[in-house]
Design a binder for this molecule. Sequence first.
Ligand code: S3P
Length: 770
Amino acid sequence: MQSSFDKTPLLFKQVCVIGLGLIGASLAQAIKDNHLSERLVAVDRHLPSVDEAIKHGLLDAGSTRLTDVVAGSDLLIIAVPVQAVQAVFTDIKAAMDNGQLATDCIITDVCSTKVNIIEAAKSVFAALPTGFVPAHPIAGAENSGYHARRANLFVNHSVIICELTTTSSSAIAKLQQLWEAVGATVMPMAADHHDAILAHTSHLPHLLAFNLVEQLASHDDNLDMFRYAAGGFRDFTRIAASDPKMWHDIFFANERAIISALDEYGVYLQTMRQLIIDKDSTALMGLLGRAQAARRHFGHMLASTPYTDTSAMSASYNITPSNTVSGTITVPGDKSISHRSIMLGSLATGVTNVTGFLEGEDALATLQAFRDMGVSIEGPDKGRLTIHGVGMHGLKPSKTPLYMGNSGTSMRLLAGILAAQSFDSVLTGDTSLNKRPMERVAAPLRDMGAVIQSTGHDGTAPLSITGRDTVGQPLQGVEYDMPVASAQVKSCLLLAGLWANGTTTVIQPEVSRDHTERMLSAFGYPVTVDGNRISIEGGGTLTGGDIAVPADISSAAFFMVAAAISQGSELTLTQVGINPTRTGIIDILKLMNADISLNNETHVGGEPVADITIRSSNLQGIDIPEYLVPLAIDEFPVLFIAASCAQGRTVLTGAKELRVKESDRIAVMADGLQTLGIDCTVTEDGLIIEGKGSAGVGQSEVKNSQSVFGGGHITSHHDHRIAMSFAVASLRASKLITIEGVETVNTSFPGFAELANQVGMSIEVHDSRV
Ligand code: S3P
């Protein structure tokens, strides 16, 4: 653990720890090691523990009685079993009454239940002391007692603090400082909420573990049972080795919440029992699949916490320059279409079979959200999914906030669907998503009568949506003139319009991707498109069917630019979606003189596809026509790499939207380009790049051999497309390029580095995630 000796001033004059069990002794050790208090004293019923702690130099004084050592303490930490807390409060009150303790000294505890601790304090003190701050570190171990203490027990663990109205803000701040100094993260929470949450997440699992061991131990053949018990039993019952007295106390102390959690558990158990008796294979598979996915999803949510702390977790690319790419490859499925296949498939009647589904984290976040709302979805298995649609009114409220990870599309489109549901919902995401503008969907949804709050700092997520049952009436169709050409905003409103009274019309200032319109039609839902006016009537139904997701042109774009900028290259990308609302990348590269051809054009699931072949090209700088911006909105990072390799200047305007993508793609790309030696100028709505390519004569004399980029260290700002774009730059770099923060590549392009290496690039992946 990092010592805060140099940084944290002494926080307290004298800390008194009451109870030298695992938690009390560990906290005492952490306070000692981090020099957080001038003096440290302790009280414990067990005299040998106190004597030993004094002998070890941990304590300045100790006793079995509070009154012997407590005088002058400015922090008291109660770390005794829950049921002994009231007696401790009585001793503390006596010490206050006789002047040993100041009435505003800080009193905290570490107990696993909170409501009863507050009740105990109320029964002792006429008015709760202003220094009383109930707390609970979510940390522990199966071993108990003074000898099991560990100064680093709390590092990277959460501590819940209950901020009572009676508590002074200085006491809360001081306690927070203490916990942070020993490595923990502090979270405020109301006491009753704490007890209900802990009943489910900690108390119930412990109860079940003890119970299962008891069940097996009481069988006559228990010796055989234990002898042959495998990993499942060991894993499930590990926590039954914890301190029985402590759990005995907790089960009584949190009786109400635990009984309610146990009753709910009983219902779930009965359901599963019945499914087995009924041999209901579909429902059982649905339940098991949902649970498995939820378990992985929670793992991911926990793993994604470090997005907030980039030093704690990062994957990086080390890329050695290479100079040519060749081959025939297939990139993964289209992200936009994958999202929509889950949404419409879930809302349809009947079964929808999806092939080519993108198993990237963004689309998986949408998938999990619909599972959380009770939809049974089998897969994904090599891009195949089977969605058992629940119909327009079949979604169920999720028991937890819907977690959208890094995915703006999931959050904005789901906001439209959820605004129309009967039940309340909360949508949240990772740190990057929770910074992106959400009022662009919330405001027009409100025009339709939605009750939706962007509860973040600045019109940002989490989004809290009130169900129609509470509002009392359905959404109302509106005509909305969109200020930006955003397919996400358009899709959000069209989806909300499925349940609205009357007609919902969206007018877009420029053409934006039309996958929602196409897929609605494919599911049999009429959509009227009149130029840039798109309308839908509420009240219809969707019919499930088969969806083949084409390869994503946004992922293909990295390889298109790779082949265009490098020497002697030829790449074919098979069955790529070439929906005309997505082909801005092809149009722009062609305007830059790229050698691109399309073959085997056909249609897959209502979307046009083709094989794209691209060869080394003498790229020319251009002024990018603004009407192409929405049609290539996700491809600009890699187009900037192409522009750097072109001869002459490339000017992008009208692209302010790039500033609110997964990162500010104008600023972040300009930074990286400058690091690699490119001259570029940031403007309010675009970028000017001075290309370093040299002229060739016609296509036959391609001069892509000189390096354009130097080497260097790039930060992707956890933006997948920034990371992949700079990887492509290595084809014209003179030295090693290192890219930090590439873990988000998995949001849209799992397997990118492997595929890039397969065609001739040289990317080494370092994964230092913990
Ligand atoms: C998307 C639309 C685009 C795009 C995003 C996916 C979609 O966003 O950038 O990656 O699937 O609808 P905007 O519509 O907000 O420009």
